[in-house]
Design a protein around this ligand. Structure first.
Ligand SMILES: Cc1cc2nc3c(=O)[nH]c(=O)nc-3n(C[C@H](O)[C@H](O)[C@H](O)COP(=O)(O)OP(=O)(O)OC[C@H]3O[C@@H](n4cnc5c(N)ncnc54)[C@H](O)[C@@H]3O)c2cc1C
Length: 396
């Protein structure tokens, strides 16, 4: 080591230099998504959250499609074919804007598109994937029901054969993008086990009323799906997959995106807390000069940094085809919990301003309450990891 070695500067939001582990291509993807968020989403998202609606959501979907982030980690059919790490970086940037916008992209790409890409017939793929990648068609994914959440094996939505057709009856609940979707991937119980169906939402008997009164993920459409004698041709069913393997394979994809995404909400809140602490003066000096505030800022940064290293490690494993579902559970559980803690601490740094939508922190904090629950609750992921560690399934 030379005595004249110049160390790189300390970056408050990248304190250990994780950026050095990213390729130029990865940084370029991150920069392009960050730019779209800064121009198109961040100036409006607090207002969308307050009003509980995303203005021109279809236009936004097309812009996200033009950028290549819809189904961006899938190959062919108009998808961008990028790496899992690039997809993760995109999720982080989107969620730094708002978890609701990242949810729009996750449900489109990792749930609806992935389901069709992985399990669909050639006809289903050609019909839907290019339009979904372009954001011209919006998809949703219906697994959860009013009485069935963590235990989807007990679902009540039924698909029965009628001649050469299928007829679907039932209800799905808490379905992201439902009201605005052109196509719904619906999981239903059949004589032959659980099967997936590609349901054009214009089919008679299908409706998707929006769920109101949410205090979380308000810049996201969440809906009930009502299936009342929805008649579909044989070709609407996924041909080969049976049982929970189908939906769980999709959830695993979306959970991977959340491992990164939650850190976006955390980074935005940490940045807001740092900026605020440097500007806010009490007892004659910036509150960032008090030891107790510094401890909060440092603890937040430690949690964020560890989360980012974990996400990047899991991303590299996914790109190498070596990522196990239990490892995704560890990432989702650890990073969402950590991100929520960061947001709560940031909220306290901002004092009373912390509860105002003038700052992003309370919005991120409320959003993460949904992220903590969907795609497998804290308890479910704990039990997944517990089973992997001990060999005992403690779900029942
Ligand atoms: C904003 C939002 C968007 C969503 N989007 C979608 C979507 O697009 N598609 C979709 O299909 N679903 C979606 N969901 C639903 C989500 O996946 C479910 O809410 C989640 O799976 C949990 O189900 P539940 O709410 O019915 O809770 P429950 O399963 O009823 O659980 C309630 C509580 O009991 C705990 N619990 C349950 N079983 C056990 C056990 N064995 N041991 C210990 N604790 C247990 C849970 O962990 C939880 O804390 C969304 C939810 C939200 C909030």
């Amino acid at each position: 080591m030379s005595a004249t070695t110049t160390l790189p500067p300390f970056k408050p939001l990248d304190p250990v230099g994780i950026d050095d582990l990213l390729s130029d291509d990865e940084k370029a993807v991150r920069a392009s998504v960050r730019r779209l968020c800064a121009e198109r989403i961040e100036p409006h998202v607090a207002d969308w959250f307050e009003r509980g609606t995303i203005d021109d959501v279809r236009g936004l979907a097309k812009e996200l499609g033009a950028l290549g982030v819809l189904g961006m980690h899938l190959e062919g059919y108009g998808c961008a074919g990028m790496s899992a790490t690039e997809y993760g970086l995109a999720c982080l940037e989107l969620e730094a804007a708002d978890s609701g916008i990242r949810s729009l992209v996750s449900v489109q790409g990792s749930l609806a598109m992935f389901a069709i890409w992985r399990w669909g017939s050639e006809e289903q793929k050609s019909e839907w994937l290019p339009r979904m990648a372009a954001g011209e068609a919006i998809g949703c994914f219906g697994l959860t029901e009013p009485d069935i959440g963590s235990d989807p094996g007990g679902m009540r939505t039924r698909a029965r054969r009628d001649g050469s057709d299928w007829v679907l009856d039932g209800r799905k609940m808490w379905i992201t993008n439902g009201t605005i979707a052109d196509v719904a991937v619906v999981w239903a119980s059949t004589e032959d086990g659980i099967r997936g169906f590609v349901v054009p939402t214009a089919t008679p008997g299908f409706s998707a009323p929006e769920i109101k009164h949410k205090q979380s993920l308000r810049a996201s459409v969440t809906s009930e799906l009502v299936l009342d004698g929805v008649r579909l041709p044989e070709s609407a069913a996924f041909p080969d997959v049976r049982g929970l393997k189908g939906p769980l394979s999709c959830l695993n994809e979306a959970r991977y995106g959340i491992v990164w995404g939650a850190l976006g909400a955390a980074r935005s809140s940490l940045q807001a807390a740092l900026d605020y602490a440097n500007e806010r003066v009490q007892f004659g000096k910036p509150i960032s000069a008090f030891q107790l505030t510094q401890q909060k800022l440092v603890e937040m940064n430690l949690e964020y940094t560890k989360g980012l290293l974990l996400a990047l490690h899991l991303g590299r494993r996914k790109d190498a085809g070596r990522l196990r579902p239990e490892q995704v559970s560890i990432g989702k559980l650890s990073n969402v919990r950590g991100a929520l803690e960061i947001c709560r601490t940031a909220r306290s740094v901002l004092g009373a301003n912390g509860i105002s939508l003038e700052y992003p922190v309370i919005r991120h904090m409320n959003n993460l309450e949904s992220v903590l629950t969907y795609e497998g609750t804290v308890e479910m992921h704990t039990l997944v990891v517990g089973q992997a560690m001990t060999g005992h399934a403690a779900f029942r």
